[in-house]
Design a protein around this ligand. Structure first.
Ligand code: 5RP
Length: 306
């Protein structure tokens, strides 16, 4: 009962130590509310300022994608090496243990399948379900230049409004239609529109020429999609170049889960993203881990992520 006894001399007010006010580590995010920052801080590692997001939400429009036929068998072993899991609520509820400590980026838009016009998406879940699932971000497709461009942009702004109410960030995914040119000019346009209209993170594709102008002109963090499966060294080079040119991480799917050794590949990607490892050294790591994995009894690599 020290307080009631009035022994004020025993208290430590540290009147000579000013309280520090720390800035938030993430690009463009310092003025956000605490809940938004806290969730972004779960997605992005505060030491590197970057994220390895493992994308396996492809089934929302293309069903059982190669490598995702059995997510319980192919993806769960990769989860320890990811900072964030990007997936649908159906897979989250049916496959992912609720005890996971990983940040969740939930797929919040959908509608058309690969058999239809893909840009015709709608918001596909209520904000209440995102709250219920304790997600760290909500992902929405934005089709700049697509047939349903305005509709997809409005999907995004509605999600930003809903998420802001509850402190949940929005991840805008810039989807590029087949008829559009994937160059820096297009990526600057698409990513900047998403950020201007409120997205907290923007996902886009890497382009070989001028990607640094895309990250420079976008006031919030950019993460890159992996795109179609390519040889492991090429995928590591792409991740490396994107990071060195200002990306805040990867949101990679097929180049990890369709790799010959997904567990080795995600660890190699991790080395590039969080430790600035060169693609060649990361590829050496990939080969070493792949051979270790082959040698283990259950086929599972045993290294713990950094
Ligand atoms: C679908 C998505 C996917 O989650 C993501 O882009 C796919 O990742 P990857 O291209 O690396 O397989 O957003 O549009």
């Amino acid at each position: 009962m020290a307080d009631l006894d009035g022994i004020k001399e025993a208290k430590q007010f540290y009147t000579d130590v000013p309280q520090t006010t720390q800035g938030f580590f993430l690009k463009g995010s310092n003025n956000l509310d605490w809940g938004l920052k806290n969730r972004l801080g779960r997605i992005f590692n505060s030491d590197s300022g970057r994220t390895v997001m493992l994308a396996f939400d492809h089934g929302y429009f293309q069903g059982p994608t190669t490598g995702l036929e059995r997510i319980d068998l192919s993806i769960l072993p990769l989860a320890p090496f990811a900072d964030t899991l990007m997936l649908t609520r159906g897979i989250l509820r049916s496959i992912i243990p609720a005890s996971t400590s990983k940040a969740i980026a939930i797929r919040a838009s959908g509608g058309p399948s690969i058999l239809k016009e893909l840009s015709n998406e709608q918001l596909a879940m209520d904000i209440e379900d995102s709250v219920r699932l304790n997600v760290s971000a909500m992902a929405v497709q934005v089709f700049i230049g697509g047939e349903y461009e305005s509709q997809s942009v409005i999907n995004m702004t509605r999600l930003v409004d809903q998420g802001t109410r509850y402190g949940i960030p929005t991840l805008a995914v810039t989807a590029v239609g087949r008829e559009l040119v994937r160059d820096a000019k297009y990526m600057r346009l698409a990513t900047r529109i998403c950020a201007e209209l409120g997205a907290h993170i923007v996902k886009t594709y890497y382009v070989d020429e001028g990607f640094e102008t895309v990250t420079s002109a976008c006031p919030v963090p950019i993460v890159i999609a992996g795109g179609k499966k390519r040889p492991e060294l090429d995928a590591l080079k792409m991740a490396y170049n994107a990071i060195q040119q200002g990306a805040s991480g990867v949101d990679m799917g097929r180049n990890i889960f369709q790799s010959q050794s997904p567990e080795a590949m995600i660890q190699a990607v991790r080395a590039v993203v969080h430790h600035n490892e060169t693609p060649e050294k990361a590829y050496d790591l990939y080969n070493t881990l792949m051979h270790e994995t082959v040698g283990t009894q259950n086929g599972s690599a045993e290294r713990v992520p950094a």
